[in-house]
Design a protein around this ligand. Structure first.
Ligand code: SF4
Length: 196
């Protein structure tokens, strides 16, 4: 069994759920939806491997400035054993922080371990991205077949009102630009041209 979570990146963001959140993108996705804009996260090649302890330490450093964490990818359930271990310890160590969890799998595909993981979350966003159902008015979802389910009573519907899709642009100290959210391809191209 692998002992490190394969992670693409970790960012502080305000567009992946209520409040400021530590967002963790898992690396590797076996679902491979047509039109996915995170295709660079499909590969299972090791990217930024972190042990559960190392990931918990990163949260410890930020815990006072965030409302919770959001886990997406890539496909988090493709690393379910380590994800379950991480979330069990996260709930114990940070009981006041919330968990928003994404998966591209459908309910009918969930395994026993996936159900254990879901029980630890507060919000579950499920189902694969479907290009022909793209809807930019949805909050936190790219296509209308994606569900948003309240697993605990941490949040309510008022916290997840739909509207216009949000985009966040960060310029890293290295000068590299990171675009977060669900932007139209044309917007990404325009931003890249402006940045060149
Ligand atoms: S599940 Fe997510 S990361 Fe995987 S292909 Fe679909 S949209 Fe992309």
């Amino acid at each position: 069994m692998k002992d490190k979570i394969n992670i693409n990146s970790i960012e502080i963001s305000e567009i992946y759920g209520p409040g400021k959140r530590l967002v963790v993108w898992f690396q590797g996705c076996s679902i491979r939806c047509k039109g996915c804009w995170n295709y660079e996260m499909w590969s299972f090649e090791s990217k930024n491997p972190l042990s559960v302890n190392e990931l918990l330490n990163k949260i410890q450093e930020k815990k006072d400035e965030i409302e919770g964490i959001t886990i997406l990818g890539g496909e988090p359930f493709d690393q379910s054993t380590l994800l379950l271990d991480f979330l069990e310890r996260f709930k114990y160590e940070f009981p006041k922080l919330s968990i928003i969890l994404y998966t591209g799998y459908k309910k009918s595909q969930f395994k026993e371990i996936d159900l254990k993981i879901i029980k630890l979350s507060d919000i579950l966003i499920a189902n694969p991205y479907e290009e022909d159902k793209r809807d930019i008015t949805l909050n936190l979802r790219g296509s209308s077949n994606q569900s948003l389910e309240f697993i605990s009573d941490f949040y309510n519907i008022e916290d997840f009102l739909d509207g216009e899709t949000k985009v966040e642009i960060k310029i890293l100290p290295s000068g590299e630009m990171v675009i977060l959210g669900y932007p139209e391809k044309s917007l990404i191209n325009e931003i890249k041209i402006m940045n060149n």
